[in-house]
Design a protein around this ligand. Structure first.
Ligand code: ADP
Length: 578
């Protein structure tokens, strides 16, 4: 309980006024709930003693009639306020979690599956919010009712009888809670199975085109069923515990009743208690049952939520390895970028992907990077995005290690067009403007022109306003590439990186884009990773990367004069294109 409270304490502090109002409402509702039994006892004693008058009867009926009405209104206000508070808590926790996810680096996303992260923000967060609101309200309310009922029972009726009948209840509650604690490890396992199921659903939805193309629907469904089945099985196991132990309350309750009746009748015979007193007393025991069951259920919820708190905490405790320092420097332009003996290994791999890379890029140059698939071209060039820290060596920008500068500034220098293109569920225009939402119309038109995307617009139903992404029109591979290039160009970046971004466009379009880059990006830096040599032919410097190492460098003409991969591949490409 402390565990959860420590996680939501900030929220209670921020909203303490609301909690005071909720608390007062609960006290009022508890008093109203307990009043009828008390009035009933008094009335019976008045009837037995023959003191009932017409006026007192009317007052009694009126009073009893007003109580439910008052309870209804107070409960309405209470429910409204408490649900609103619970929603606000969920919203704020989600906001914190999401903003934390945005702060995380690539290493974090290599470690956690998307499905797992989604499960934590949905199922786990809901469990916490639910337990938090039940804990704050439910426990206050139920404990309030119990304490009040026991106080009234012992002060106005008989403390001995109260002690005898209710002492058995905490014993049962303690036994039940210790059993529930044993259940924790199964709940933890269940959460992991749930995350696995979410991941599988996500994968199938994302990959539904490939699944259909390979007629793997049945196979995939089979895997889904298995995941769903695992989820249900693990939950069933947990529920079994509940089913075994919950009915124990009925037994406890029955014993409390029997004790109250037996001792109550004895006290009446001894003239230490009235009949009305016994009826009030027995009604109160009935009223204790509900709150005790509720408290037990709340403990079960808290039990579930504690595991969720740990799961969410695990994420919130993670700190990005790539992060800004207090004294990180700003940077808006650069003169040179130097890779010095750079070796890089992905966090969960054993072998480095690029090894002892040394080369320099000067401002305004166009650099070509070529080499076989899997050689590490993309990995090399992505070092400029500061996704990971290099494993060995250093990348210097204007003589200072790249880590000296603000990450955001370094990323702002770069317009990166990746190999796979991400379309968002927005209009074509908005998809391009992701590169720079504040771009002027002029900059926008220029980007569209350089990327040779203009010619695609006439095929789109609503021109730039055509919706794309999952729910919108589907663009061809080439169109997606051109849109992505326009997205990077709208930023007018200091460094444009085309990471094999021309693979889906035809040779003529590629030529047009390369020509446009030469015209429009004079004085800016371009890095072109390509398979076709026509894309890098005019680069100031071309590097050949093989198996993570630079094996050749020079201009197109230099490289054609050297024996090696470049010349061999060039001849092959020329022969094939004839
Ligand atoms: P290229 O761009 O030359 O085709 P990449 O840089 O994409 O090569 O990949 C180089 C190697 O790094 C490949 O063996 C690939 O499997 C591996 N690799 C790429 N991305 C990751 C990653 N995120 N985690 C682990 N290994 C990766």
């Amino acid at each position: 309980m402390k565990h959860i409270f420590s996680k939501i304490g900030w929220f209670v502090k921020e909203n303490w006024k609301t909690y005071v109002v909720l608390f007062l409402l609960l006290i009022a509702i508890s008093l109203i709930s307990l009043a009828p039994a008390y009035v009933l006892g008094l009335s019976i004693d008045t009837i037995v003693s023959g003191g009932l008058t017409k006026e007192s009867l009317l007052m009694l009926v009126f009073g009893l009639g007003m109580l439910p009405l008052a309870r209804y209104f107070l409960s309405f206000i209470y429910n409204h306020l408490s649900q609103k508070t619970a929603q606000t808590l969920t919203f704020q926790m989600r906001k914190r979690y999401l903003s934390h996810l945005f702060d995380m680096d690539s290493q974090f996303y290599e470690k956690y599956d998307k499905g797992d992260l989604i499960a934590r923000i949905t199922a786990d967060l809901d469990a916490i919010a639910q337990a938090a609101s039940s804990m704050l309200e439910g426990i206050i309310f139920n404990v309030g009712v119990i304490i009040f009922a026991i106080t009234v029972m012992s002060l106005t009726i008989s403390w001995e009888l109260t002690l005898i009948s209710v002492s058995i209840m905490p014993i049962a509650l303690t036994i039940l809670n210790s059993i529930r604690n044993k259940k924790r490890k199964y709940i933890k396992k269940h959460r992991e199975i749930y995350a696995d199921m979410t991941e599988k659903v996500l994968e199938s939805v994302e990959g539904q085109k490939a699944i259909r193309a390979y007629v793997q629907e049945d196979n995939d469904l089979e895997k889904q069923y298995q995941a769903i089945n695992n989820d249900i099985e693990s939950w069933r196991y947990i529920v079994k515990f509940e089913n075994w132990f919950n009915p124990l309350f009925e037994v406890v309750y029955g014993i409390a009743y029997i004790l109250a009746f037996a001792f109550g009748i004895y006290y009446i015979m001894q003239q230490q208690m009235t009949l009305g007193g016994l009826i009030t007393f027995v009604s109160y025991i009935g009223m204790l049952y509900g709150p005790i069951i509720s408290i037990s259920n709340i403990f079960a919820q808290i039990n579930n939520a504690t595991i969720s708190v740990d799961r969410l905490d695990e994420i919130m405790q993670q700190q990005p390895i790539v992060h800004d320092e207090m004294d990180s420097k700003p940077i808006v332009t650069f003169e040179s970028i130097e890779f010095k003996d750079v070796t890089f290994k992905y966090p969960f791999d054993k072998q480095p992907v690029i090894k002892q890379i040394t080369f320099t890029i000067h401002h305004g140059q166009t650099i070509g990077i070529v080499g076989p698939t899997g050689a590490g071209k993309s990995t090399l060039i992505r070092q400029l995005l500061r996704e990971f820290n290099v494993t060995d060596g250093q990348v210097f920008v204007d003589g200072l290690p790249i880590g000296t500068y603000k990450i955001e500034d370094i990323r702002n220098l770069v317009g990166y067009v990746p190999q796979s293109h991400m379309l968002f569920r927005r209009s074509v225009e908005d998809n391009i403007l992701i590169g720079n939402p504040k771009a002027s119309n002029q900059a926008f038109d220029r980007a569209v022109k350089i990327a040779d995307f203009e010619k695609d617009l006439i095929y789109l139903q609503n021109d730039l306003q055509t919706m794309v992404g999952e729910a919108g029109a589907t663009l061809s591979g080439g169109q997606k590439q051109r849109l992505s290039i326009a997205r990077a160009l709208v930023k007018d970046p200091q460094i444009l990186i085309l990471d094999d971004s021309l693979s889906a466009v035809d040779a003529k379009t590629e030529d047009t884009i390369i020509e446009h880059l030469k015209d429009f990006r004079k004085g800016k830096t371009n890095i072109i990773v390509a398979h076709r040599f026509s894309a890098v032919r005019d680069a100031d410097m071309i590097y050949v990367l093989e198996n993570g190492r630079i094996t050749q460098k020079g201009t197109h003409h230099d490289l054609l004069r050297q024996e090696g991969w470049y010349k061999m591949q060039y001849i092959q490409q020329m022969t094939m294109s004839r």
